[in-house]
Design a binder for this molecule. Structure first.
Ligand SMILES: [Zn+2]
Length: 316
């Protein structure tokens, strides 16, 4: 019998999971929903997945400066320990955690653009989509997904990058950071009314490059699927992105304590499939997904694993 026939079939790993233990050192006050256990829950849910597992390098100021001014970096660096606002807290490990997050998304773009993997999921915290140009807020310090988009545009010479944000909260920070940049399409589904209050359909960006799809409280995954089909997917398709980024918040899950949407795991899986369809059509399947919210640990773990499972199925 030929030797090869008895070897286990080798399957190339097509999805990278990028994270770092330093992201566990961003500590928030007792009772804060954005807590260390979120990453433990995700790690447990993904532990048996056949992922290429990588530690995030440290991000660099040069990466952040494409998105935030030096004054913002200086403010975060010099904040010390304590609250930046009512929601956003710094502990001794927060700055390093945030720089690991930046490093993770930059590494993810490098790997996907370099063809090392088809897609990536960055399990990082603090999250990023509420951080505005000069304002850390909503648990977020740096606009991770926008930093990833700008890295792809500047380093790889891309012309069009799409960001889809299905976190239950509007990504006001991402919207602020991409508002003037016609090279970036930002599409968001989110509950309205809800924190932070922005994200009306009338907010469309300086170049028509922002698409906001607010959803009413207590709506379920069917509303999300309809708005994806009718608005988000056609907009991304028409934009013909060269890279698809996902702000993957899982707090629209029906059990999430911070919101009132009633999505289930399969809704996240469906959206991931649809975004992979467009990535296949326009950019050889290149998808970089990064964690935003999700505060019910069981709902987060199940939804995140459904999302990553689809990324793995769709990678090639
Ligand atoms: Zn959220």
């Amino acid at each position: 019998m030929p030797l090869l026939s008895v070897l286990p079939k080798l399957r190339a790993m097509t999805t990278a999971l990028i994270t770092h233990p330093d992201c566990l050192n961003h500590l928030t006050p007792e009772g804060h929903p954005e807590r260390v256990d979120r990453l433990h829950a995700i790690a447990a849910a993904l532990q048996d997945f056949n992922l290429l597992r990588l530690e995030a390098p440290m991000g660099e100021d040069a990466h952040i400066l494409r998105t935030h001014p030096q004054t913002h970096i200086d403010r975060v660096k010099s904040a010390g320990v304590g609250p930046l606002d009512a929601d956003t807290h710094m502990s001794e490990g927060s700055l390093t955690a945030a720089y690991r997050g930046v490093g993770a998304v930059v590494k993810a773009v490098d790997m996907v653009m370099g063809g090392e993997v088809s897609n990536t999921f960055c399990a990082i915290r603090p999250p990023g989509h509420h951080a505005e140009r000069e304002t850390p807020m909503g648990f977020c310090l740096f606009g991770n997904v926008t930093i990833a988009a700008k890295h792809a545009l500047e380093v790889y010479g891309l012309s069009r990058v799409a960001i889809m944000d299905f976190d239950v909260h509007h990504g006001n920070g991402t919207q602020d950071l991409v508002w003037e940049d016609a090279r970036i399409l930002f599409a968001s589904t989110h509950q309205m009314p809800l924190y932070p209050g922005s994200g009306a359909a009338s907010e469309t960006g300086a170049h028509g490059n922002v698409l906001n799809c607010p959803l009413g409280p207590e709506t379920d995954g069917a509303s999300f699927r309809k708005v994806m089909k009718d608005q988000v997917l056609p907009a991304i398709d028409a934009f013909a992105p060269e890279l698809v980024l996902i702000s993957a918040g899982f707090d629209a899950h029906m059990n999430d304590p911070l919101s009132n949407l009633n999505w289930v795991e399969d809704d996240f899986a469906c959206a991931t499939h649809q975004l992979c369809d467009l990535a296949d059509k326009h950019c050889e399947g290149r998808v970089v997904s990064t964690l935003e919210g999700g505060y019910d640990l069981a709902g987060l773990a199940a939804s995140c694993s459904a999302h990553v499972k689809v990324l793995m199925e769709r990678g090639k």
